[in-house]
Design a protein around this ligand. Structure first.
Ligand code: SF4
Length: 487
């Protein structure tokens, strides 16, 4: 029997009694209880299949060598690569105005008119200047609101300004307009025809009945029919996939998640993001009307994930984005770009948001907190009056990094799922009055654990078809097309 040494890993027991081991570099393996006990008792034969597997995945080694430590440091750095890439996502609040009055509006937008509620082109240019100073090679500018297209000329001019600036700077530049679609008109269509790297992101909460429960005009009239008209117009005039949609789960559509998926399928979307409601803006004010226990969300989500996988097996490719965020971390050497679930959090360092007056907040939730309560704790400075160095040297950014490094947080430090997980200090602050949450009461923690457990149950099963579907979601390819099932 050869003696061996351990690399850092944590473990948990799955429903089927297998033990799931996950190491600091993001590799994982499942063992039966007998083999696991052998490891602990130092009775494992390193030349057995299990011994060789554990060595090849960096759970065990015969000797610590400097070569291996360098190799592992490289793997660890790859997982944390986003820390070296700097701010890539820059969100612009173009206006606080909106032509909708959605019940859960987390941005606290309203129908009032007036230019004082819009970002001016002068402010937008200053924000673009700051964004381009980011060392990141990749810059994504996302226009939000309110409804950003109510300030459409400034959106167009900001895109043109950024593109002109980029002729010299040569970043990998991309734009997203987050719109409810009902404001799309010929001006917008023509602009998009001439600007090919502008994606459209919209909201769709399910069938007409479900969508209209929350997504209404100020008159309380449902918005679904207008949404559909504009979606069809966009798809007729522009590339079919230019519009992607997200769903917000409130109490109104939680128990109909299958219907939501069917609507996405009927409208030929190939991706769906089943997002729980966040306690910001109007959603917080109407929390008792709109919210639900996290246990209910988990139960419905898991059932719906099974349904989505079944649809894929039957030949319709549709990826669930929440699961895909974790799958990307579980199945590749990299972290995902989703700033809320990173350690330390990507707030401020991977993404920032510019308010209409140029105030720079570390995240959408941070500016929502300010909008709903006046709390400016997570504002880094102002893009009009300060330079990038001054903004990003704000001590609050360091506090956020410290309080979101889950490797050092109680509960997370010994959690098996830690290498794939993260925490959001702003959500923690809103829920617990502290940037660090109490894990026993942390609903995001419960949800993340449940999703990862479900994914590992599939990945460690003998069901090759389901596993193939999960792999296809991160490969960004149509698994079924590869099998020749879909034309
Ligand atoms: S948030 Fe929860 S699931 Fe994530 S690492 Fe911490 S304890 Fe584990």
């Amino acid at each position: 029997m050869t003696d061996y040494k351990f690399y850092p890993f944590r473990f948990t027991r799955l429903k089927n009694n297998q033990i799931l081991l996950i190491n600091d570099f993001g590799d994982w393996i499942v063992l039966n209880s007998t083999d696991f006990q052998k490891i602990i008792d130092k009775q494992l034969d390193l030349n057995s299949t299990v011994g060789l597997n554990l060595q090849s995945r960096d759970f065990l080694t015969e000797e610590y060598t400097s070569f291996n430590l360098k190799r592992l440091a490289h793997r660890y750095r790859t997982k944390k690569k986003y820390l070296f890439d700097s701010t890539a996502l820059h969100m612009f609040v173009m206006t606080h105005r909106c032509n909708h009055k959605c019940k859960y509006c987390q941005a606290s937008s309203h129908e009032t008119s007036g230019q004082h509620l819009d970002m001016s082109i002068e402010t937008a240019k200053k924000c673009i200047d700051i964004a381009f100073e980011s060392p990141s090679k990749y810059i994504k500018i996302e226009f939000q609101g309110g409804e950003p297209l109510l300030n459409k000329q400034v959106v167009f001019d900001t895109i043109s300004y950024a593109k002109n600036k980029n002729i010299e700077i040569q970043k990998d530049l991309e734009f997203v307009i987050c719109t409810n679609l009902t404001t799309i008109d010929n001006d917008v269509i023509n602009f998009l025809k001439n600007n090919h790297n502008v994606q459209i992101s919209t909201s769709l909460d399910g069938s007409e009945a479900l969508h209209n429960q929350c997504r209404v005009y100020p008159s309380n009239h449902g918005t679904y029919q207008d949404f559909l008209k504009k979606l069809n117009l966009m798809r007729k005039e522009l590339p079919f996939n230019q519009v992607a949609a997200l769903t917000t789960i409130s109490k109104y559509n939680l128990y109909q998640m299958k219907d939501i998926v069917d609507t996405y399928k009927n409208l030929s979307f190939n991706s769906i993001f089943l997002r729980p409601l966040n306690p910001f803006g109007f959603a917080k004010e109407k929390w008792t009307e709109l919210a639900y226990p996290v246990e209910d969300f988990i139960e419905e989500y898991i059932k719906t994930l099974d349904y989505i996988i079944k649809l894929n097996e039957e030949g319709y490719f549709i990826r669930e984005e929440f699961a895909s965020i974790f799958l990307y971390k579980i199945l590749t050497p990299y972290s995902s770009g989703f700033v809320d679930i990173q350690s330390p959090s990507g707030l401020g360092i991977a993404g920032t948001i510019y308010e209409i007056n140029g105030d720079v907040f570390v995240s959408d939730e941070a500016r929502m907190l300010f909008r709903s309560s006046g709390n400016k704790k997570y504002c880094l400075g102002n893009a009009v009056t300060k330079n990038r160095r001054e903004i990003y040297s704000n001590p609050i950014l360091k506090d956020i990094l410290l309080s979101s490094t889950i490797e050092a947080l109680p509960g997370c430090a010994w959690c098996a799922f830690q290498p794939y997980c993260g925490t959001d200090p702003i959500k923690n602050f809103v829920q617990f009055g502290n940037d660090i949450s109490h894990k026993a009461y942390d609903e995001n923690c419960k949800l993340y654990k449940a999703i990862m457990t479900k994914l590992f149950e599939i990945l460690t099963s003998n069901d090759e078809s389901k596993k193939d579907i999960l792999y296809s979601w991160i490969n960004n390819t149509d698994n079924l097309e590869n099998k020749g099932i879909v034309a």
